[in-house]
Design a protein around this ligand. Sequence first.
Ligand code: NDP
Length: 278
Amino acid sequence: MARFTGKVAIITGSSNGIGRATAVLFAKEGAQVTITGRNAQRLEETKQQILAAGVPEQNVNSVVADVTTDDGQDEILSTTLAKFGKLDILVNNAGAAIPDSQGKTGTAQSIENYDATLNVNLRSVIALTKKSIPHLTATKGEIVNISSIASGPRSTPEFPHYSIAKAALDQYTRNTAIDLIQHGIRVNSISPGLVATGFGSAMGMPEEVSKKFYSTMATMKECVPAGVMGQPQDIAEAIAFLADRKTSSYIIGHQLVVDGGSSLVMGLHCQDFSKLLQ
Ligand code: NDP
């Protein structure tokens, strides 16, 4: 029997990137999945990938919605319950480093950018989690939040609002993990490093620039020691591990870093010491 047979999962931000790979993996592994995002065309692409993997159409609930809105959150949840009858797994994956409308970075970014960034990366997670708690209590379910290595403790001065949203999300993961385990709900998170997805395009990078960015970063050992760019599948497999009680039942409130070693290197490690000391 596939590992998610009989399980119902909501995966936010599954119209692209990490969420899409996760939805395809979960569905292939037997889950009934709610896929969701704002872009109907890209969401349909996710659905087609799931169907192409041999998953029956009745196992997919496709919801075009903005997860930052009350109506969007309610629709994601109510259609899942109406179609599948319960909820076992919530993957809070939707997120973005929203570009400033004036093109500013750093402390020059606007308060409107702060509001929009915190709204999608933090507030929507809190809201959807709160709405899901009664249903996850009923099934003794799992929550996996998608954070980022940008959450710190290193500085990310160009996009302060994105990284503070993820830092706050990490503390929310720890807080909810302890609060909710008393109801049998496990909460954990993943902190991806650089992963080749639509993330760059959503920041306003042209497709070609985004591709060049990812391929160049992968060649720089001071950025990605593993020497290869992360792929959505790498993160999807880690999400599946934390969402599967059979593989991770004793892991509570953990922040699993999946980054090819990026967060372990400091500038000083990138020097060739043997040469410097000659
Ligand atoms: P993508 O841009 O490829 O995917 C982001 C997803 O989030 C899309 O499906 C998008 O759907 C959805 N989304 C964004 N805003 C909203 C919204 N308001 N309402 C509903 N859905 C929304 O990026 P990734 O797959 O890389 O991002 C997934 C997660 O991984 C994010 O939380 C991101 O912060 C995190 N992450 C990514 C890293 C990377 O290098 N790629 C590194 C570290 C963390 P749509 O546009 O259709 O609304």
